[in-house]
Design a protein. Structure first.
Lengths: 252, 361
């Protein structure tokens, strides 16, 4: 059975049908790409998958659990974590604290424990710090741990967002244009990191990307979205050779 | 000693500096009062300064840490003041120790302020947007109006209540005593609070907010403030943490209220002491002291509360000086140059922090 099973998903804003009849099936451990021209509805799909928007119709099932129309908080706890196209970090907090916030539901202690500073507070905080530093290391951010998130350069902010999402221990990771604003070197490095995350964290990843080099380099399967509809779906190589897809991208 | 300080967590260091500052200030004031240097005017300001510092800390938790605007924190202070004083009026004869009596009043006053904060939070904090400001503003005014038409009396038959018409209270006219007498408020409250109790309460409040902010809970609250959607996306229960922060914030304001009422012999509810004016005044302390900086709230309260009193001698020029000092404080707190200068000075101290992180002080 697939990890993520989406059927007939659709949403409209006012008169605009942003996404319709969207289907996707992602197996565990896959690295899956969602591509398409600007305004095709890719981010909208992510927003429906994570409960930021409530779909008008269709169903989303994650690992056998229906999550259609559920709240974002619930969906994250059910196992979907994401990054945002317009980076959304906790800017007034340190890099380390951003990841600690991601660990919110992984290492728990209550408010009373923190006010009175029971031993559990120190134990959990230590655990949290170790876990967070471990994650930061994966993204080569450990040296910047004490910086404010807003003081990181753009490329590192994108990485920090991925680290924070991973901290929530998801089953499925959604990345919205992770390479946006990165130079070719950074992009190549990011590709390695994404592969590393998939292999070492047993992660399933769905990513939106414009950089064709990145997409063809790491995605096993692709879905192409155009005007809110699935244009083409299948193995990366075949999809990229599809004449319809070439038309949609390059124009006829 | 130096090692001890440099190895310490930055936030812990900061907390200790604040506690130490308060204790030093307390000691100096005690000496000044003991040697008779401090005038009665100054002595009279000490407890109110503790009161408003505590309420400002509570409000800062709401405005600076949670990021929600409240324009009615004086209303929570009012709830704490009245329920606490009422408890003292009822129980004073049965409780042997003054400290114990104050503690009981404190628990009751804080509880009721928290309860009202919770009840207001349930509908309002679920909404996105600045509804809290409007609702708390109304709450502050409504509470005053209700207390001004509330009559509670006590005789051997027990408690009697009346609303808007004191003649309807049905109390034995000879043996009955008023507990709350409408607009005349609560009279003859035993004076069981003092500067020492005020300072202890201030330190306890600080202890609570500092520890709250520097924890899993505090990070969740600040995550909501910084980016609500991102906070949801990492699985934080928004409503729960907003409710928690707001309720604690109201509770602390209530504790300040209990201290306030036990420093007076007659407690009335007017727009000046618990209404819009007071809420805004405390908000000014919080904003000028720095959002999210509890130490700043206290410093701003001390300076801004004492100023008008100390400047009384200047009569006509009083408000002019007040305004100039307000502007000076604003510049000192927010101007980038001043911030850089402050960091430089702090890093010269052996226990100073190296470079500010924009974090909660
Ligand atoms: N909240 C919204 N309100 C109105 N229109 C929206 C909203 N979100 C997305 N849209 C519209 O839906 C379409 C798809 O947008 P989006 O999913 O962001 O595209 P992309 O594929 O570039 O990520 C666009 O036309 C956009 O304007
Ligand atoms: Mg997009």
């Amino acid at each position: 059975m697939a990890l993520l099973e989406v059927k007939d998903l659709g949403i409209s804003f006012g008169g605009l049908q942003a996404v319709s009849e969207f289907n996707i099936s992602i197996k565990k451990g896959q690295l899956y790409g969602l591509i398409g021209p600007n305004g095709a509805g890719k981010t909208t799909v992510f927003n429906m998958l994570t409960g930021v928007y409530t779909p008008d119709c269709g169903s989303i099932v994650l690992d056998g659990v229906p999550i259609t129309g559920k709240k974002t908080t619930y969906i994250n706890q059910a196992g979907i974590a994401r990054t945002f196209q317009n980076i959304r970090l906790f800017n007034d907090q340190t890099v380390l604290d951003n990841v600690k916030i991601g660990l919110h539901n992984q290492i728990k202690y209550n408010t009373f424990t923190s006010i009175v500073r029971l031993p559990k507070y120190f134990k959990s905080e230590k655990q949290m710090k170790e876990k967070a530093m471990e994650l930061l290391k994966v993204f080569d951010l450990d040296k910047e741990a004490d910086l404010l998130a807003s003081n990181l350069p753009y490329g590192k902010q994108r990485k920090l967002e991925i680290a924070r999402a991973l901290a929530t221990n998801p089953k499925l990771l959604l990345l919205d244009e992770p390479a946006a604003g990165m130079n070719p070197n950074e992009t190549a490095e990011l590709m390695d990191t994404i592969r590393f995350v998939r292999d070492n964290f047993d992660m399933t990843i769905l990513l939106i990307e414009h950089d064709m080099k990145l997409v063809s380099g790491i995605c096993e399967e692709l879905t192409v979205l155009n005007f809110g509809k699935v244009l083409c779906q299948g193995y990366t190589k075949e999809v990229l050779e599809d004449t319809e897809v070439i038309k949609a991208y390059i124009g006829d | 000693m130096k090692n001890f300080f440099t190895n310490m967590k930055k936030s812990t260091k900061n907390h200790l500096i604040t506690y130490a500052g308060i204790i030093v200030a307390y000691a100096i004031m005690q000496i000044l009062c003991g040697t008779g240097v401090a005038s009665n005017l100054i002595k009279g300001l000490l407890v109110p300064i503790c009161v408003y510092s505590i309420v400002a800390i509570g409000l800062n938790l709401c405005v600076g840490i949670l990021g929600e605007l409240s324009l009615g924190h004086a209303g929570f202070m009012c709830i704490g003041a009245f329920t606490g004083a009422l408890a003292t009026k009822l129980l004073y004869d049965y409780i042997p120790s003054k400290i114990l009596m104050f503690l009981i009043a404190l628990v009751i006053g804080t509880f009721f302020a928290a309860l009202f904060g919770f009840l207001i939070g349930i509908p309002v904090l679920r909404l996105k947007g600045d509804y809290l400001a409007i609702v708390t503003l109304a709450f502050g005014q409504i509470i005053i109006n209700i207390i001004n038409v509330l009559y509670i009396g006590k005789d051997e038959a027990g408690l009697h209540f009346a609303f808007s018409n004191p003649n309807a209270i049905n109390m034995n006219e000879e043996t009955g005593v008023w507990l709350i007498n409408g607009a005349k408020g609560i009279t003859k409250i035993p004076s069981i609070s003092n500067f020492t109790i005020g300072v202890i309460l201030l330190i306890v409040s600080l202890f609570i907010v500092y520890h709250l902010v520097d924890s899993r809970t505090g990070r969740a609250i600040m995550a909501i403030r910084d980016n609500r959607i991102a906070a949801e996306s990492v699985g934080i229960n928004i409503t729960k943490y907003k409710m928690l922060a707001f309720t604690i914030s109201a509770a602390i304001a209530g504790a300040g209220g209990v201290l306030y009422s036990h420093n007076l012999s007659t407690l009335t509810a007017t727009t000046n002491n618990f209404g819009y004016n007071m809420s805004i005044m405390i908000l000014v302390y919080v904003v000028l002291g720095g959002m999210g900086s509890f130490r700043g709230s206290i410093i701003a309260t001390v300076i801004l509360y004492m100023l008008p009193e100390l400047l009384r001698g200047l009569s006509d020029y009083r408000m002019l000086f007040y305004a100039i000092i307000l502007i000076g404080l604003m510049l000192f707190n927010w101007s980038p140059k001043a911030i850089v200068w402050r960091q430089k000075v702090l890093s010269l101290l052996p226990f100073g922090k190296k470079g500010e992180k924009g974090k909660v002080e």
